[in-house]
Unconditional design. Structure first.
Length: 96
């Protein structure tokens, strides 16, 4: 079996500069903190703009949600009643 190139490498020669590794790690951490701060500012501004926008609506979002909930409940109740009526009609028409 042929010997691989990987096994021929002398790992004792692999010595990265500790100072550069430390500087690289520090810069990576600083970049992550900067990115996190940027995301925080972005989210804050989007939330502020959204609140301002919805605050200018004639109907508040909570009231719109309440209306939609009532409409959904009424639709579900109507569908359930229609299903019951259909089932009863089917049972009566198929009875011998």
């Amino acid at each position: 079996m042929a010997e691989s190139t990987f096994s021929k490498i002398s790992w004792t020669e692999f010595r990265p500069d500790q100072r550069r590794l430390t500087v690289g790690a520090a810069l990576t951490g600083l970049g992550m903190l900067t990115a996190a701060a940027g995301v925080g500012v972005l989210v804050f501004e989007l939330a502020r703009a959204g609140r301002t926008w919805t605050g200018s609506w004639e109907t508040p979002p909570a009231e719109l949600a309440q209306r939609a909930l009532h409409q959904a409940q009424a639709a579900a109740q109507s569908a359930a009643q229609a299903g019951r009526d259909t089932w009863q009609t089917y049972q009566e028409s198929s009875a011998p």
